[in-house]
Design a protein around this ligand. Structure first.
Ligand SMILES: [Zn+2]
Ligand SMILES: [Zn+2]
Length: 1007
């Protein structure tokens, strides 16, 4: 066999290349495990953090193959949308949508397709390197015509159900990307930012008063349409140093006037201000209309002045208020690129950031500027390009959700969520979420199949490519489409189904979550949309899990999945996130090179997916250590099996010893428990069960049975030992195959025979059919406890394990167990005899100490004197006898004392050491006779000769000749007295013991 760590997959997978084809043949026609892969964005190489999900998905698929289910091993790639555009723009050095249009939308689209194809291939190769089994030729990709037209069909159904609506609303808007962001795209994209906030004054018409207003977005003053105050608040009219007019500010915020305040002249109620008119803040044609103070109960007294500037074209709440108060038409100051429209005069073409100095300047000239200050707040940014978002009134397409909210909740309740709090998160999200805004003003994405007729107002929605062709004014253009993307599809006009006028498509593309959300319907055969399970990061609740649930409920009324499994984030050992960008980017191939794919996969499989996973050298080392524990057990087995070639596969065990029967029971328990853990989607428990089982095999079964494999010949006892160990290890290798397929295959082919089918073609192990009358799992745990107590006694008292002792006494009521396993206890504790006792009195001496509480009350300051008298007394035996008889105790210098002034305690007699835990007491007789001493020396000598055999790399069957020279009389005596045993254990045919001078000398050579 190979040397330890080189068997881990550092790029060499031990699985046969045609394994998938063989697996498919084996399980063809069997019940299906219908898995759906959430498509990975084909926009960058796979990194370390992808490894976790890939390991778990691959493992569940492989497990289902092992239990005889048909699995398709199809993986998905997400291949269109804004995030591809952003990267291609960077690559081409384009800065905005105008430059893309100049470059050519057709060329730009082809570049996007080129990019996703490149990364689809790259990610495929990386996945193979990570041992992910895949039908890579049949991977699905979301930019395919099939995927696109499946979404068209969905949108058509939405339209038929009257769920599709065109709407104006204030949307978070990225000025760089030139598109809106949907509600679920905004979650988590907030950071602390410092902006310029400003207090401005509005001159009230016909009064020598100005009202103070506060805003954090000065550019929106160009779109001001009203000032809102709270009619319930008290406002103060204040005389100030800086202005001849009185300043109006709400009472609670009067502090914002700072030391400018001279005095409060008058107090009025907010309702008294309602209806007053004011001069616009900025000199613009657009601002030439009557501005009024309006009432609004949402105005608070926390920030600002208690008066709020209202710009319905720039904020969601403003829009709501403006709509309620019929302020339309609203002023929309900036275009898609975040720059002022041309009819905004001196602001035309400026961005919302660039315009700030000019706005302040104009406010100043107008005596409208009070002061500005830095203001730090949590502000949203675009998740793609990190630009600060602005809020903008946008026309777009929404899917109304209120109508199906109940159905969504009902469907979510039919799903089994792991961990179960994800189900609650989904419920919460479904309860709170607003309409789904699906349109984006971009280029490379799903072309929305919407053809609004300008003549009659009817919205035509196309269902399929066939329908597009049938209704196209020039069907040959449909036939000539290279694929269903812009700009090609924009060329096609159709006939309005109502008025027969020619209609063009809207230029919008779709939200990318439509692309991934349709996967259950675009990638699975008809009627098989419902996945047995999906598995992604927990954050996908609001994203992919949501999108597919929504689309499936619209199309079928049912959830698209039975089981949803979520996992958390990978952080480094300091708790920092590994992300796909920036300096913490770690490519899959680099970590495979560093740790080996098997080690990484075992580390990922070990992590509890409910919690964030820390990853670093020590985590990888720990996984490797646990894999090597399996390796060491296999090496033990094969070392002997290569000598004896036991035919374990055709062997029928009989007359199993209790310890063999125990291993069979433990193996059966392991097989059942791992299967349950897999079925409950708890892979980390499979790992824990495996690590524990291997520990039991290596550190108990092998340790106590080692000799049975050494002995010559092939009797039933030896074959039983081989068979039991073989079955245990064979189970382990199959159980870990889904987790570490290459490593498992290596162990399989090297341990379990040539000509054997690959382990992926094995069946998951089933219960070994060996009848046992009694359950041995608990009794053996007890035996392990006794042995561990005995060994710790030896360690505490510094008695070497090679030194035989005469006896161990065990006080317990588990007499049958100790009797059954006495030989093992005797061997493991290296004692000549095991004796069960009913009490431990004879190993102890009783003595009395002072009960300070009681004695103190009576003897007062003589208590210490009594303690000293007891400690130095030679009459303790008499005192104890009196105490036991309940009589008064006579101590010199004291009146006779009642027994309750004392406590009875026990100390080990000399020659014994004692320990106890729970209901078991273990006593070692520590007297070492001359015979025992010589035997101990002989055993040390055996160990030294064995070490020498290892140093010389001898085969375990090699016979040797030993020359041993010693100056020590005892050692000489031991070597002579135990020569036959030494020779037997070290496989010596001759042994020469001589007296020498100086250090002991051991020489061995082949016989
Ligand atoms: Zn952006
Ligand atoms: Zn029409």
């Amino acid at each position: 066999m190979k040397k330890e760590t080189s068997v881990f997959n550092f790029g060499r997978n031990y699985e046969p290349v045609d394994i998938l084809a063989k697996v498919k043949v084996k399980n063809a026609g069997k019940p299906k495990f219908n898995f759906l892969d959430g498509p990975v964005t084909a926009n960058a190489p796979l990194c370390l953090h992808h490894g976790w999900g890939r390991t778990l998905k691959d493992a569940y698929n492989r497990y289902n193959s092992l239990i005889g289910k048909e699995v398709d091993y199809v993986w998905g790639f997400d291949a269109q949308g804004m995030w591809v555009e952003v990267e291609v723009e960077k690559l081409l050095g384009l800065n905005n949508k105008k430059e893309i249009a100049q470059y050519g939308v057709d060329k730009f689209t082809e570049k996007c397709i080129e990019r996703v194809n490149f990364f689809k291939n790259r990610q495929t190769e990386q996945s193979k390197l990570f041992e992910q089994l895949g039908d890579w030729e049949h991977s699905y990709i979301t930019n395919s015509d099939k995927n696109i037209t499946s979404i068209w069909h969905f949108l058509k159904v939405c339209n038929d159900k009257k769920m599709l609506k065109q709407s104006y609303k204030t949307m978070p808007w990225c000025p760089r990307c030139g598109t809106s962001l949907s509600e679920h795209e905004m979650s988590g994209s907030y950071k602390e930012r410092t902006h310029k906030a400003v207090f401005v004054k509005a001159k009230l018409i016909g009064r020598d008063e100005r009202i103070l207003v506060w805003t954090t977005t000065p550019w929106t003053l160009a779109a001001n349409m009203a000032i809102a105050i709270n009619p319930e608040f008290t406002y103060c009219k204040c005389q100030v140093k800086s202005d001849a007019n009185l300043l109006i500010v709400c009472e609670k915020q009067i502090k914002v006037l700072r030391d400018d305040l001279v005095k409060v002249v008058e107090k009025v109620k907010g309702s008294d201000l309602v209806g007053l008119t004011y001069e616009p803040f900025l000199p613009l044609q657009k601002q030439q209309f009557e501005h009024k103070i309006v009432p609004w109960d949402q105005v608070d007294e926390i920030d600002g002045s208690g008066a709020v500037h209202i710009a319905p074209g720039c904020g969601a709440e403003d829009f709501a208020l403006g709509t309620k108060l019929n302020m339309a038409p609203f002023i929309i100051p900036v275009g898609e690129n975040g720059a002022f429209y041309d009819d905004f005069e001196w602001l035309a073409g400026l961005s919302t950031v660039e315009c700030e100095p000019m706005v302040f300047d104009q406010l100043s000239k107008n005596n409208a500027l009070y002061y500005h200050h830095d203001y730090t707040h949590n502000y949203p940014f675009c998740w793609r390009c990190k630009t600060d978002v602005i809020f903008r009134l946008v026309a777009g397409y929404d899917i109304a959700t209120d109508g199906i909210r109940k159905d969504l909740l009902k469907a979510a309740d039919t799903v089994h969520w792991t961990p179960d709090f994800m189900g609650k998160s989904m419920r919460q999200w479904l309860t709170d979420m607003g309409d789904w805004n699906i349109s984006r003003r971009r280029f490379y994405g799903l072309p929305l199949p919407f053809y609004p007729c300008e003549k009659c107002g009817h919205l035509n929605v196309i269902d399929s490519k066939e329908e597009l062709r049938a209704r196209a004014i020039d069907p040959s253009k449909v036939d000539a489409l290279p694929h269903l993307h812009r700009p090609y599809i924009d060329e096609i006009q159709i006939t309005c189904e109502k008025c027969h006028a020619p209609v063009s498509r809207v230029t919008d593309v779709g939200d990318c979550w439509l692309d991934a959300g349709i996967a259950p319907f675009s990638t699975k055969p008809k009627g098989q949309f419902k996945a047995e399970m999906v598995l992604e990061m927990k954050e996908q609740i609001r994203l992919w899990f949501y999108a597919q649930l929504f689309m499936s409920v619209v199309l079928t009324g049912e959830a698209p999945y039975k089981n949803v499994v979520g996992y958390s984030t990978i952080v480094d050992e300091d708790g920092k996130k590994f992300s796909k960008t920036g300096p913490r980017k770690v490519y899959i191939e680099d970590v495979v090179k560093q740790y080996g794919a098997d080690v990484l996969r075992y580390a990922f499989a070990s992590a509890n997916p409910t919690l964030d996973m820390r990853f670093g050298d020590s985590i990888a080392e720990d996984a490797k250590r646990r894999l090597l524990a399996i390796w060491n057990a296999y090496v033990f087995y094969t070392t002997y099996a290569l000598v004896d070639h036991p035919d374990v596969k055709n062997y029928q065990p009989e007359n199993l010893t209790p310890i063999d029967a125990w291993l069979v029971q433990l193996t059966n328990q392991y097989i059942q428990a791992t299967r349950e853990a897999y079925d409950q989607f708890k892979i980390h428990q499979v790992v824990k069960l495996t690590d524990d089982f291997v520990e039991d095999i290596s550190n108990f079964y092998i340790r106590v049975n080692r000799r049975r494999y050494w002995k010559n010949g092939e009797d039933q006892d030896k074959m039983n030992a081989y068979w039991c160990l073989f079955q245990a290890l064979r189970s382990v290798v199959i159980v870990i195959t889904p987790l570490v397929p290459s490593y498992a295959q290596y162990l399989w082919q090297n341990c379990f025979g040539e000509g054997e089918e690959p382990v992926m073609l094995a069946n998951y192990p089933t219960q070994l059919k060996i009848k046992s009358k009694v359950n041995l799992l608990e009794p053996v745990n007890f035996v392990k406890k006794v042995i561990s107590l005995g060994l710790s006694l030896r360690a505490e008292n510094q008695i070497a394990i090679k030194q035989p002792l005469s006896k161990v006494y065990i006080k317990t009521n588990q007499v049958d167990t100790v009797t059954m396993f006495a030989a093992i206890i005797q061997d493991q504790l290296n004692v000549k005899q095991v004796e069960i006792v009913t009490d431990d009195e004879k190993f102890n001496v009783a003595y009395l100490t002072v009960n300070f509480k009681k004695a103190g009350a009576i003897l007062k300051n003589r208590v210490q004197e009594l303690k000293n008298a007891l400690q130095n007394s030679k009459q303790m035996t008499e005192y104890v006898a009196a105490f036991d008889a309940g009589e008064k105790i006579n101590i010199t210098g004291f009146d006779p004392l009642t027994p309750d002034l004392f406590e009875r305690k026990l100390a080990p007699r000399s020659g014994f050491v004692i320990t106890a835990a729970g209901d078991v007491t273990v006593v070692l007789d520590t007297q070492i006779t001359d015979d025992l001493m010589l035997e101990g020396i002989a055993r040390e000598l055996i160990r030294s000769i064995q070490l020498e055999r290892m140093n010389q790399k001898l085969n375990i069957t090699d016979r040797i000749i030993v020359d041993f020279k010693t100056a020590d009389k005892k050692t000489y005596a031991a070597a002579c007295a135990h020569q036959p045993r030494i020779m037997r254990e070290v496989l010596a045919t001759e042994m020469h013991v001589t007296e020498g001078t100086g250090e002991n000398e051991i020489h061995i050579r082949l016989a």
